[in-house]
Design a protein around this ligand. Structure first.
Ligand code: NAD
Length: 418
């Protein structure tokens, strides 16, 4: 058992805290959003993640997981302190590191003995060195500290499962001293542990997310060629994905990537590279293709509906991907906003991203746009759908339905790259 503290109780921090407690560690979660802390202390859960609520309740009841608004409380009781606060983009796309820096100063102020401080937030390469410097500078008692980079790879929507069964654990260090303790924290997770220098660990995270975004833009660019040539992107992706060197994951053509990580991490990586003297043109193109993907879909909507003013358009799916309530940088918003601006009436439904599910498939809908591939939508009774829509027009931004089946049912059906 290792005594741990997690600063920042969001998607990463809360899930990490719950999973650490689940494998037997003692965990104190800290957040400066006191409403969030109060909610958690009363047994509420501020975010939706499958399996999270049960895990939190179970481990709070077992006395292994607790919540506080004070960093000092967490630091005092813990051997290892994780930082899991936001690293949002600044207007120019570079990373706002002020949250991490503030937490580093607060930890330093509360430290009275040796601690390991672990950065789990996604940060630019060389941050660990800066955090180490900051803690040493602001700790008046000059106690020793080791700073570690331990990037997090969980995916929203299956965060608990990802954290409990990671592909690998990356531990970046400035020296060997914290390695044994870090390995003890992760031993119960039965995943390969990679120990690297701290800069490499930080780079692994940005390099991974940028590569995955690149795969998405690659398949979307290929989808554009499919549309122009009459080929079928589903078959192309299947044929590519069976090649073990490529793999099928992240080859789903659609509205492109969104969410709180990929857009910001890509911008960050471009800026980090620039600061280090390298122009990462490849990633700039990935960003460009992603932005164009939305424009191509909007064009498809206009080609199909001609005029959208005064039309009622049902939108299925708001969250940036299934199984999450996260709306940050969701492609759905980039579809909905311009349509609203042009005078379309939007009736949107999402299983988790809206407080209350509303009936949207009323007989007034002139078209239906699908933005998020929730399983619930795959199971829709299409005949019934056909019968309740004023116009049987479906624009599927996630290729959820079978084009032949949709045509046979009498839908005007448009998807991406098929
Ligand atoms: P989040 O916004 O969901 O949670 C961050 C939490 O930190 C919030 O509850 C906020 O109140 C709290 N916080 C902010 N400043 C604080 C302070 N000074 N003291 C205490 N608490 C403070 O963010 P997130 O999605 O969990 O992301 C956190 C980091 O992890 C980011 O760097 C992100 O890039 C990275 N990350 C996110 C994901 C993901 O899927 N969300 C995956 C991997 C890595």
């Amino acid at each position: 058992m290792v005594k741990t503290c997690i600063v920042g109780t969001g998607y990463v921090g809360l899930v990490t805290g719950a999973c650490f407690a689940e494998v037997g560690h003692q965990v104190i979660c800290v957040d400066n959003d006191l409403k969030k802390v109060e909610l958690l202390q009363q047994g509420g859960i501020p975010i939706y993640e499958p399996g999270l609520e049960e895990l939190v309740k179970k481990n709070v009841a077992a006395g292994r997981l607790s919540f506080t608004g004070k960093i000092a409380d967490g630091v005092k009781e813990s051997e290892v302190i994780f930082i899991a606060v936001p690293t949002p983009p600044r207007p120019d796309g570079s990373v706002d590191m002020s949250f991490v820096e503030k937490v580093a100063r607060e930890i330093a102020g509360a430290m009275t003995e040796y601690k390991i401080v672990v950065d789990k937030s996604t940060v630019p390469v060389k941050t660990g060195e800066k955090v180490s410097e900051t803690i040493r500078r602001y700790n008046k008692q000059k106690v020793d500290v080791d700073v570690v980079s331990n990037p997090e790879f969980l995916r929203e929507g299956c965060a608990v499962q990802d954290l409990m069964n990671p592909d690998r654990i990356v531990i970046g260090v400035l020296n060997e001293r914290p390695v044994t303790k870090m390995k003890a924290i992760y031993a119960p997770f039965k995943a390969p542990i990679i120990v690297t220098d701290i800069n490499s660990a930080e780079l692994i995270k940005h390099a991974c997310n940028s590569f995955l975004a690149l795969k998405i833009s690659y398949i979307n660019a290929t989808a554009a060629i499919c549309e122009a040539s009459g080929a079928n992107i589903a078959d192309v992706a299947h044929g590519m994905g069976l090649d073990k060197r490529i793999g099928r994951a992240f080859l789903n053509a659609g509205l492109g990537y969104g969410g709180s990580c990929f857009p910001k991490d890509l911008s960050a990586f471009v800026h980090i590279a620039e600061a280090l003297g390298y122009d990462f043109r490849l990633l700039k193109e990935v960003q460009q293709i992603n932005a164009e993907q939305i424009q191509r879909f909007l064009k498809n909507i206009h080609n199909t509906l001609w005029i959208v003013k005064d039309k009622t358009i049902a939108v299925l799916g708001l969250a940036f991907k299934p199984n999450t309530d996260d709306m940050r940088m969701a492609p759905s918003l980039e579809i909905i906003r311009p349509l609203q601006k042009e005078g379309a009436r939007i009736k949107a439904y999402d299983p988790k991203a809206m407080d209350k599910a509303r009936e949207v498939l009323s007989d007034v809908a002139d078209a239906l746009i699908l933005c998020t591939e929730w399983d619930e939508f795959r199971k829709l009774d299409l005949e019934k759908l056909r019968s309740v829509m004023a116009q049987p027009i479906v624009l599927d931004g996630r290729n959820v339905f079978d084009p032949k089946k949709m045509a046979a049912l009498g839908f005007v059906y448009k998807s991406v790259g098929r």
